[in-house]
Design a protein around this ligand. Sequence first.
Ligand SMILES: N[C@@H](CCC(=O)N[C@@H](CS)C(=O)NCC(=O)O)C(=O)O
Length: 198
Amino acid sequence: MSRPVTLIGADYSVYSRICRLTLDLKGVPHAFERLDVFAADGRTRARQAGQPFGKIPVLRHGALTLFETLAITRYIDEQFDGPALQPANPADRARMNQIISIVDTSAYPVLVWGLHVPRSETREPDPGMLDKGRAVLDALEALTQGTWLCGDVPTLADAYLAACTDYILDSAAGSHFANHCPRLQDWWTRAQALPKAQ
Ligand SMILES: N[C@@H](CCC(=O)N[C@@H](CS)C(=O)NCC(=O)O)C(=O)O
């Protein structure tokens, strides 16, 4: 009998969405246990669930507990049957890793927290944030090739970027995405049809 798979996270959480999208793209049946990390006891519960920094998500596979989305998504791809979500070709794989790294180090802090969150709280973003956000989108646009971000089939890069695109569009950089990033725009028309991880 196969070991049960449970993802612990929240619907709004970009990193939880990345893991759910990865599970769905891989075709792995799983349970989703909701944990609101921003609730009063959220960080304590996340630590109790196995995330030492009090964040989400956490993946359980039988007795195995994993945290850090990078590790979780690669584990899902390598542990389970289903379509390969990391390109075999080293150059394509490197491009996928570039996009993942850009989402981690730039898109998430700048576009989601630096631009989307201030808009959702009806306050101005920090000075210079919009220029930074546009530069992130320009870099992602330049890396986008093929039907999906890294070729003919979806990869982990698609899960990473798709998980935060709603937030990017609902930010001050949204019009830059719509008007100056035709490849990303084209990609998003397809990516919206990916299994809905929300
Ligand atoms: N490096 C972690 C980042 C996870 C993360 O930042 N999760 C956010 C939700 S999307 C969180 O738990 N934030 C709560 C906090 O930072 O206190 C990963 O890759 O899983």
